[in-house]
Write a protein that binds this ligand. Sequence first.
Ligand code: JCQ
Length: 221
Amino acid sequence: MKIDVLTLFPEMFVGPLDVSMVARARKAGLLDLRVRNLRDWTHDRHKTVDDRPFGGGPGMVLKPEPIFEAVEALVSAKTRVLMMAPAGRPFTQSIARELAEQEHLLFLCGSYEGFDERIRTLAQDELSIGDYVLTNGGLPTMVVIDAVTRLIPGVLGDDESAHDESFSHGELEYPHYTRPAEFRGMKVPEVLMSGNHAEIEKWRREQARLRTTERRPDLLK
Ligand code: JCQ
């Protein structure tokens, strides 16, 4: 999969996408990630990306020309253009699965200052990662890239993909334990050490259901 990111702050993307599974996917050639500076599509000496709002008021507004030029330079017929914003459709695991099937994603990172409304017409999809306001779309974009990358075929090892995850079947995960069998007075549930696989499966299903009922009843719809 190819992913382009259009941002005013490319430095933000150094770090989170250079470690762990995303780094592995990039090195394996399964993810071709390119972070682009929006200022590269300006034409004036000051690399101007914003301007004062029509109608007055405080703050500045991202102007449409650089973003339109950048998008036109970066898209093909196979590109899905996405914008992260608090006003977007709530991002879910099922949207992540859908995005993982795309050939090319292009993320537009808006910012606190707001953007000219006409920029919205460039995006097929506007997504939100939650009901709070961030300074810019960089972090939400990285959240989506992370969630999507681990679903690209070949990125997860067999061990990892066989692993039943929260949200894939609409419930939270059951509790996990490893050695030691007792740690600071906290004991591992007996059933997990019984060797009875049917009983272990049953316990895990019950625990997942219990935890979901207690913590996220909304997931059980
Ligand atoms: C995304 N939840 C919060 C902030 C405007 C594109 O316009 C804007 C984008 C942002 C950054 O995204 C978020 C966000 N999901 O704050 C304001």
